[in-house]
Unconditional design. Structure first.
Length: 195
């Protein structure tokens, strides 16, 4: 069985979840990251071509995760069925996602915050719910970018301009910004997203 090296803040997989790896030739974390990134890149291209606007619903949120990871994991696009080191109780995910989507729709309609901040707040709350077994941060970043591009007609965030899947100063900055957002201060996360 492949050994996983989790960076700080990552959600560990249990043995049953690891068994759902579709690519049995993968032997290390670096290979897994590469295959996942290729899958994610394909998903980004698809969404750039199709430009969906109706993104604030459970079906679309699941579809994005599935497109991002369906060539690598059997559980792509399916809500987790167990408790993790982060996230809402697994049984409340559908309700909490519906509430999140309703809240964000209201904020968009009423313009309660600037568009960039609405996207960052959406990202943060989606990460906090942590609906999937893994890939939640990458999924939430793509969802925020899809909102910026297809709802607000703006450029996507740069998210520190570096990858965030392995241990690095950039990942630490991102995690610290998320922890600060947990205390309702979104400025560091907004600055990071734009950096």
């Amino acid at each position: 069985m492949m050994q996983f090296n989790y960076p700080p803040g990552a959600t560990p997989l249990d043995s049953n979840e690891i068994e759902d790896l579709l690519l049995t030739h993968i032997t290390n974390q670096r290979e897994l990251n590469r295959w996942e990134q290729e899958n994610i890149s394909e998903a980004i291209v698809w969404y750039e071509e199709h430009k969906p606007k109706n993104i604030l619903n459970e079906s679309f949120i699941k579809q994005v995760h599935k497109r991002m990871f369906d060539r690598v994991w059997k559980w792509a696009g399916k809500f987790r069925q167990s408790q993790k080191n982060i996230g809402d109780p697994w049984h409340s995910i559908p309700t909490n996602l519906k509430n999140l989507c309703d809240t964000i729709r209201f904020r968009i309609k009423e313009k309660t915050y600037p568009e960039d901040e609405i996207a960052v707040r959406f990202h943060h709350m989606l990460v906090s719910i942590h609906p999937f077994i893994n890939g939640n941060g990458r999924h939430a970043r793509l969802m925020a970018d899809l909102m910026l591009q297809n709802v607000f007609s703006k450029s996507p965030f740069t998210w520190g301009s570096k990858e965030l899947t392995s241990s690095s100063d950039n990942r630490n900055r991102y995690l610290q910004a998320l922890y600060t957002a947990d205390k309702f201060d979104y400025q560091p996360l907004l600055e990071f997203a734009k950096s």
